[in-house]
Design a binder for this molecule. Sequence first.
Ligand code: IMP
Length: 189
Amino acid sequence: MKIVFATNNLNKIKEVQALMPSAIQIVGLNDIGCIEDIPETSSTIEGNAIQKVNYIKEHYGFDCFADDTGLEVESLHGAPGVYSARYAGEAKDSNANMDKLLKELKGKENRKAQFKTVIALVLNGKLETFTGVCSGLITEDKRGKGGFGYDPVFLPDGYPETFAELSLSEKNKIGHRGKAVRQLIEYFL
Ligand code: IMP
């Protein structure tokens, strides 16, 4: 089975393909000729995931799934949340986003945070959503070279390493996207 994953983020495609049974092959947006930015104008993570799959179905006619992820920081009242990608501006610069986050949390004792991923799937005329959450703490400094986005400043509960210091398979085992993707796979099977 081939299914479109409505993203051009190669890191995400790699992470998700690593979790899928070999019978399910993921195709990215480049592969269907979609190179434009899909609108993400909802005020919720779930709303953005749904907006992406509806856009692809409407403009390209493919069944597909899409994910939207946000980092929710407790002492920042859930920020950056749905605005995680653009936290430090339209450039969507991960380093600038992390610098801003570390600055906002400077001197704050409560560093609890969670990643939340919502996957929306449109298949055979039906819409489904799957949610995965991973709780942890925001570090004082960036650590590690792996992963992407906010990984170098996120310490998942129960681990001394940041997401950027863990292997991809370790991150997938405990991570927000892995949890949501496993629900998606169960739905397919
Ligand atoms: P998106 O909207 O799902 O692409 O993600 C929103 C923001 O969260 C982007 O800035 C990503 O870099 C960041 N992000 C998404 N997934 C992860 C992750 O697994 N680790 C760290 N940051 C992530």
